[in-house]
Every structure is written in C-alpha cells, then in structure tokens.
Write a protein that binds this ligand. Structure first.
Ligand code: KIV
Length: 270
C-alpha cells in the first residue's frame, strides 16, 4: 500500500485553506507543544491548539477550566515548532462572552503568539462576535455541531444533525458564520448527511471531526489518534498508533535494564 505523503513546502495561510475547498482534502490535527508540533509540521496543513489539551495534557474532566494564560502558553510553544502549518488558537470558555472581550482576547493572541487564526464555538447566536473579530482583521474558524464547551449546559456530549429540523439549524448556523467572515468551519459530532448538507451550503471549507467523509477536511486530537489518551475513546477516533502501549513497553525495557545493570553499558558511558 502506498501512502500519500503531500509535502508542504510553503507556509500555509488562511488564503491557502480557503482555496482548497473542493480541490484537495484539508488535514488538521491538534498540537500542544513544540516537540510534537515540529514532528507534525510539513505533513498537515493546520495545527489546532485545541482546548481539549485541558483534558489530555492537564487531566481535567472537560475543557471548561482552560483559560487564556494556559492556551497562550501552549500556543507559543506550538508556533515555535510550526514553521509551515497554519496555527489556530482555540478561544477558551469564557474568553469571548461579548464582542469587546472577544476582541481584547483575540488581539492578545495575535500580539503574544504567531497563531494565524482563532477558533470560536457557537452558531448564529455567536455570529456577531465572529463579525467583530473579522472586521478587526482577526481570522476566525467557526465550530458547530457538538461543541465541547457546551458539555455542562447540554448535560453531556450530544451528537447533532439527527433530524431535519436540526440539520436545518446547522445549515443556518454555518451560513451565519460564513456571512460573519469566518474562513473555515469545524463541524463536530454530527451525522454524516448533516455534515454533507452543511458542506454543500457554504463556500468556506468545513473541517469534520466525527462528521463522516463528506466535509472538506478532517481534524483529530493528536493524543487520541496516536493512542496516548486512554480515559475514553469516542467512536469516531481511529488510532493510527498504540502510543501508550509503546511507551509502557519501552519504559519497562529501560527499568529492566537499569535494575539488571544492562544500562548504561560502555556504548552509553564516557
Ligand atoms: O479542542 C479541540 O481539540 C477541538 C477539536 C475537537 C476540534 O476543538
């Protein structure tokens, strides 16, 4: 089996992403540090510093306690590793409750990091916030469908787009976000036919996660797709590596070699 390995040679910009709709599937994964961002850079078009790092990196039960300081810290590190990928900053819960606050925080993102865009969860009711940012030269990625920042207010992670009325609402939300000037839209946890309807309704690229095959691109959380996060595995996650098992195995070998005096040997000593 031959693996398609597109080589990204030029810095990816929001204009690059906009032009990819209908031309080539867009790839995005999350990143939370420079080490992994360096490894991922050059292979995917976008790196998202997602607030899900609050669960994987920080062991919190959900994303809601992530804050600006935490997200800025991780984004600075990711930007140091990402020479080619477009870096998206996930605005944490409570950082965009109104237009003024959203703009103040988005300006901080542009001033304090090299991220090229911010991501905001919410449908038509948040379109005015997206508009405020885009009018002030901030690139925005929308996020509709299952929105992790709504986990407590909705009483769990709810898959969307299950009936005609809900599909219509998702399409309306997507159109409002596009009209507000967003350059791309994450569509999370929705039935495949709903994601297809959304993708066909807008001219900005849709990036799916748990949204089936008909979006313009895909995103996965790096620690899920590489098998490092073991607390739970959503149905839509495909594990491309058994990361946790590999680490445990390698660590057991190290411990065994230290305990038995095999390490360090002459090759690894001065
Ligand atoms: O925080 C995150 O990782 C995200 C993705 C699930 C899209 O928002």
């Amino acid at each position: 089996m031959s693996i398609h390995r597109p080589k990204i040679e030029k810095k990816v910009t929001v204009a690059t992403i906009a032009k990819m709709k209908g031309v080539e599937p867009i790839t995005m994964i999350t990143a939370s540090d420079a080490l992994f961002a360096t490894l991922f850079d050059g292979s995917v078009e976008m790196l998202l510093v997602g607030d899900s790092l609050n669960m994987s990196f920080n062991a919190a039960p959900d994303t809601l306690s992530a804050d600006m300081e935490m997200m800025l810290y991780h984004t600075k590190a990711v930007c140091r590793g990402a020479k080619l990928a477009l870096v998206v900053f996930d605005m944490p819960f409570g950082s965009y409750t109104d237009e003024t606050k959203a703009l103040e925080n988005a300006v901080r993102v542009y001033r304090e990091t090299e991220a090229q865009a911010v991501k905001i969860e919410g449908g038509s009711e948040r379109a005015h916030i997206i508009r405020k940012l885009t009018e002030n030269s901030v690139a925005v990625m929308g996020h509709i469908g299952l929105m992790p920042q709504f986990v407590r207010s909705e009483g769990g992670y709810k898959v969307k787009g299950k009936d005609a009325g809900n599909i219509e609402k998702l399409v309306e939300d997507a159109k409002a976000i596009e009209a507000a000037g967003a350059f791309a839209l994450v569509v999370e946890g929705v039935k495949s036919d709903a994601a297809k309807a959304v993708t066909e309704a807008v001219s900005i690229p849709t990036i799916g996660i748990g949204a089936g095959p008909d979006t313009d691109g895909q995103v996965l959380v790096w620690s899920d797709m590489f098998g490092f996060f073991e607390a739970f595995k959503p149905k839509f996650v495909k594990q491309y590596l058994q990361g946790a098992a590999l680490i445990r195995e390698a660590l057991a070998t190290y411990v065994d070699e230290v305990k038995t005096g095999k390490f360090p040997d002459s090759e690894h000593s001065y």
